[in-house]
Design a protein around this ligand. Sequence first.
Ligand code: PBG
Length: 333
Amino acid sequence: MTADRVTGPTIRPRRLRSTPAVRRLVAETDLAPRHLVLPMFVADGIAEPKPIASMPGVVQHTLDSLRTAADEAVRSGVGGLMLFGVPRAEDKDAIGSGADSPDGILNRALAALRADLGDATVLMADTCLDEFTDHGHCGVVDDAGRVDNDETLERYAAMAVAQARAGAHMLGPSGMMDGQIAVIREALDGAGFIDTALLAYTAKYASAFYGPFRDAVDSSLQGDRRTYQQDPANRTEALHELELDLAEGADLVMVKPAMAYLDVLADVAATATVPVAAYQVSGEYSMITAAAERGWIDRRAAVLESLTAIRRAGASIVLTYWAVEAAGWLNER
Ligand code: PBG
């Protein structure tokens, strides 16, 4: 080859991949601990943290172990904590009374963490009845066995006020009832909690990937949630839900699950005028964990790739059971 004659392509995208430094310089997406939110489970009536068989590495916490783990999470730099409560089986009932009782496990845990942590993190609470009902549905069931939307809204309003009173900064209504954001906003404002923010589960699909979570919360559910959660076949419908949640006053919106719904996430992120979150759910966690345990994939690389992909698709915030571990890796870099 002579100097005045070039053979082969002149445009070579590989130039920008040639060293770690140039790749770092041109990376379009970044991932930092602050983007990650750790979902945590706190159970009533257990003396020791209890491993969740289908989610190796994740436990149901006691109130004490929750406090220690929350402190560690905050020190790792994660952006927030999302709490789920697991009541004792004998405390569940048809309307999920434990959800809005100040003595319910979730409200006690919120109060304890808010006292420990103050405003050092964003303390979030799952606002949904499913952990607290004896039938396991996200709402109140009528005589015909249907989840009654409007009766359920009254329960959500009471639960939301109880959670705000206990100390949550942000609520995550995850039940997919129509009108839930408007009703909860009105209840919070009426009780003086004007600064308690709403992270709306805007597009939440009826997904098989929640399987391990149902173990995690000792779910009582028989059947499925297809009359309230979205059909995995639908994409445009997510934008309808987005319009409604924004009109009702959502402060942030979420898509869930994450990895099988990146198209929906990208659509929502393209239109939303508020921050967008995505929830990398239990089944996503367990699949990668199981494959890595078998030596079939590189765990750390797969976790970081999955989180980066969720960010790339449009999530500002990612809820992930790896939040603290991933924050540790990111802090090493
Ligand atoms: C309902 C709720 C669920 C999850 C979060 N909130 C389960 C469901 O809808 O059945 C799933 C989270 C996960 O799978 O990690 N309160």
